[in-house]
Structure formats: C-alpha cells, structure tokens
Write a protein that binds this ligand. Structure first.
Ligand SMILES: CC(C)(COP(=O)(O)OP(=O)(O)OC[C@H]1O[C@@H](n2cnc3c(N)ncnc32)[C@H](O)[C@@H]1OP(=O)(O)O)[C@@H](O)C(=O)NCCC(=O)NCCS
Ligand SMILES: [Zn+2]
Length: 238
C-alpha cells in the first residue's frame, strides 16, 4: 500500500493552469478575493488533475472531478475522480504550501498542512478543539512553543476527519491523538472505529503537516515535489 503526497509551493503557479480547470472550478477560483487564495486553490486543482492524468493517461483538462458537499450540495466538498474508481485524494493548502495526497487502490486518505502562526492564542483554540487530556498536555509546553504544538495536534486531527470525509462536521475534541512530541497516532475517536494510521510529514519550520490513512496495512508514504509536474506541458509527462 503506497500513498503519494505531492507538494506544490505558491510560487509554482502559472496563469496557463487555469485552462485545465472545469467551469465549476473556474467559478470557485473567481470568487476568491485574495491572490494567494486563488493561487493555492488553482494549484490544488492543477496537481489533482495532473496526478490523475498521469494514472489515467489523459490530459489534465479531461479528468472529471466532483466535490459535492454532503451538507449543502455545493461543490466545495472532498474531491473525487468521477470515472477512476478506487483512486482516493485529499487536498490541503496553507501559507506557502499545497499538498495533494493520492492513493490508487481504494484506501481513504486525508492530508492537512497548516502554516504555524506564532501569534496564535493556542489556549483559546485548544479549548474548543482539544480533548481534556490534550489540553493538559499542551499546557506543559513553554508559551513560545505552544502555537507549534497546538498546530501539530490540529493537523493530525484534521487529517483524520478529512480522510473519513467528515470535515468540519466532526467534533475535533472527540478525536484524540498522540502528543505533539510523540509519533503521530490516533488514540481514540468515539465517531470512528475503523483502522487508521497517522503520519507526520516533514515540511520545514514554518508549516506543520499530517497524513491519515484509513487502513492497517503496512505501506510507504512518498513525498514528491510537484514543481516538475506543474511546469510540464499539459499533455506531456514530467
Ligand atoms: C475540510 C475542512 C476541514 C477544510 O479545512 P481547511 O484547513 O480550511 O482547508 P484545507 O486547505 O486543509 O482543505 C481544503 C480542502 O479540503 C477538502 N474538503 C472539503 N470538504 C471535505 C470533507 N468533508 N472531507 C475531506 N476533505 C474535504 C477540499 O478538497 C478542499 O480543497 P479545495 O478548497 O481546494 O477544494 C473544512 O473546512 C470543511 O469541511 N470544508 C467544507 C466546505 C465548507 O465550508 N462546508 C461548510 C458549508 S456546508
Ligand atoms: Zn457545503
């Protein structure tokens, strides 16, 4: 069992990539007010299309995607390839980075990357998203280290709820994960009783990232730089 995690940086964006988007994606792209949000969304779409394009041997613009939200029906839910049964995807963007996790054989994955905000009031956000045992653990960190420690908890939890597809419907305080200075693991979640592996992804000082894999099967995680994938012509292999 293998999972690919493709990484793009905001600087990888190119206007031509818009040509690969469908009308729904172009609509969402046009609704972002900030240039940076546009770039991150565009890169997420382009990486998804190009990774699927490689596997389906199809130009990225001909990959058919859907993102129907189970709550409201709008196209802002988890991305799914329409005619590529079993190919599982997850997208995340924050700060400088865009991550796309891909699993080709039906195992659900969730990825979450967050830029660490040193000004974050970790204690306040912890009160609504951490379990009591986690809040107690967080309090052991020096105030200067608390934003990063909280963000580690957060990405581990978000990766899990994105893998199951619950997203913001899940109560994060019920998703109990290992402390930030220990290897990532799901310790308990009353809303889920299936298998889950959690992996911290190495992304440097400014960001924190985690990957959830809903399987107990041993496997490998490959982190791949998406720069070459994105700079190639839309029909060529990188
Ligand atoms: C999924 C969610 C946790 C995203 O978290 P975030 O840290 O803000 O953003 P990230 O960049 O990490 O992830 C965004 C990606 O999550 C994915 N996503 C959205 N809903 C998802 C779900 N239920 N499960 C898994 N992935 C989901 C999308 O691929 C999205 O990428 P896109 O914006 O490029 O299409 C959360 O915001 C959410 O559930 N959003 C759904 C949309 C929404 O606003 N719903 C409420 C209105 S009905
Ligand atoms: Zn919705």
């Amino acid at each position: 069992m293998n999972v690919e995690v493709w990484w793009a940086r905001v600087g990888d964006v190119r206007a031509e990539l818009v040509q690969e988007l469908d009308s729904v994606e172009r609509g969402r792209l046009g609704a972002y007010a900030r240039e940076e949000d546009r770039a991150r969304f565009l890169l997420g779409c382009a990486v998804v299309r190009r990774v699927l394009g490689l596997h389906l041997m199809r130009p990225p613009g001909e990959v058919r995607l859907e993102r129907t939200c189970p709550d409201c029906g709008r196209p802002h839910g988890k991305v799914r390839a329409i005619d590529a049964e079993g190919m599982q995807l997850s997208v995340s963007h924050s700060g400088e980075l865009v991550a796309v996790a891909f699993q080709p054989s039906g195992i659900a994955v969730g990825v979450d990357v967050e830029q660490v905000d040193a000004q974050l009031d970790a204690d306040s956000v912890a009160a609504v998203s951490l379990a009591e045992v986690e809040t107690t653990e967080l309090a052991r960190y020096e105030p200067a280290d608390r934003a990063r420690a909280f963000t580690t908890y957060w990405t581990r939890k978000e990766a899990l709820v994105k893998a199951t597809g619950d997203g913001i419907r899940a109560d994060l305080s019920k998703v109990i994960v290992s402390p930030p200075d220990q290897p990532a693991a799901l310790l308990g979640w009353s809303g889920y009783d299936g298998p889950a592996q959690l992996v911290d992804l190495e992304v440097g000082r400014d960001h924190v990232a985690a990957l959830a894999i809903l399987s107990s099967e041993a496997g490998r995680v490959h982190s791949i730089d998406a720069t070459a994938l994105l700079s190639a012509g839309s029909t060529a292999r990188p």
